[in-house]
Design a protein around this ligand. Structure first.
Ligand SMILES: Cc1cc2nc3c(=O)[nH]c(=O)nc-3n(C[C@H](O)[C@H](O)[C@H](O)COP(=O)(O)O)c2cc1C
Length: 159
């Protein structure tokens, strides 16, 4: 089975987990990058949150592979204003892969993953495995390794 891990990450949390999952599953990996970058200062929370609430689909940098050629896609996103990061929305609009996405991992700063998972569940009919992880700066992040381990085991056994 050909696996692809697709993710967006602004501050590295989702990227680190995506690298770990891809390595363990021997999967290809695709980082989504927006053409317009987010501001570096604290205004990014307001600005990014607004893009998320408004349902904006930012333009993505060109993608070198075709995600539609994979059997299974594992999707990773930070929670932005209770939803997936806007780059994820663009990805789902741009490629016909909703049915291939069976697993999802989300990162939040305040434990606000539920709304984001629900939002994606409604778009992804074959979503089976989800994990909610905490930003590494939060105390709840101590649970991340255990959760990730279970998630990866589930994906390996489900092959
Ligand atoms: C624009 C923006 C909006 C965010 N909105 C939320 C939110 O609604 N709820 C929450 O728990 N965390 C929120 N966060 C925190 C991120 O989800 C969290 O820091 C995550 O670990 C970042 O992942 P990354 O390092 O892969 O970018 C937000 C962060 C940003 C930058």
């Amino acid at each position: 089975m050909k696996n692809l891990v697709v993710y967006y990450s602004m501050e590295g949390n989702t990227k680190q987990a995506a690298d770990q999952i891809a390595h363990r599953l021997n999967a290809d990996i695709l980082e989504l990058k927006t053409v317009k970058k987010m501001p570096k200062s604290n205004i990014k929370i307001f600005f990014g949150g607004m893009l998320s609430v408004l349902g904006v689909c930012p333009k993505l940098e060109p993608i070198a592979i075709n995600p539609e050629q994979y059997d299974r896609i594992i999707l990773g996103t930070p929670v932005w204003a209770g939803k997936p990061a806007p780059a994820i929305r663009t990805f789902l609009k741009q490629y016909n892969v909703e049915k291939k996405i069976t697993a999802l991992f989300t990162f939040s700063g305040g434990g606000d993953n539920e709304g984001c998972v629900q939002y994606l569940k409604e778009k992804l009919p074959n979503l089976k495995s989800t994990i909610a992880l905490a930003d590494r700066r939060r105390p709840m992040a101590s649970m991340n390794d255990k959760k990730l381990e279970g998630f990866m085991e589930e994906l390996i056994n489900g092959q």
